[in-house]
Design a binder for this molecule. Sequence first.
Ligand code: MG
Length: 243
Amino acid sequence: MKNIIYLLAICFLVPSIAYSQKPEETEVWTPEPKLITPGINPQAPPSDAIVLLDGKDLSNWSDLKQNPAQWTLENGVMTVAKGKGDIKTKQGFGSCQLHVEWRSPAEVSGSGQNRGNSGIFLMGRYEVQVLDNFNNRTYSNGQAGSIYKQHIPLVNACKPPGEWQTYDIIFTAPKFGEDGSLLSAARVTVIQNGVLVQNNVELKGETVYIGQPKYTKHGEKEALVLQDHGCLVSYRNIWVREL
Ligand code: MG
């Protein structure tokens, strides 16, 4: 009888646990990063940078199907065009130093993950979260400056909505063996508005919304992706230095 119960448990219970995961299971709410007030940052690209967005055109970007990027460009500012989808760089990058300036809408709408949500996907896979977390609580490992669902930012360095913010990101690409095995994990440092929010943290794998992250072998250089999460987040002055 005992054996039959064990057998039933293995047959029915184990698969049902595996398939009943919810996004809430990987939300971490404590600790809540302390709110601090950032200073003012330097912004101009250095002479050896590859400028990805100079405000003149979107020629370095496409949508995910290689068609011209459909986001709006006005007065040197690129803004998410809701529903037009993510955009990506035409050029691929591995380890790099990346500078991005972003702004969440001055007119606040939505709450939690639906307020000024976008994201910077390094190598198209590893998300540094972009979110308006000025007086907007969400799970700590999903707020601005987080490595989404992996690493909580050290502090909340967000400026108010409508103000420009900076991310300076230092990214070390992961390395894979011929057989697809992981030789070394990706690492990332993020400075938001001149304040360190991620200190050389090790990535657990590709960003996932549900379940646990894992690595899948990819190229040595992959496009940088910006997320259309249905919020009117703007970008300007994006540049990268390959390492
Ligand atoms: Mg996002």
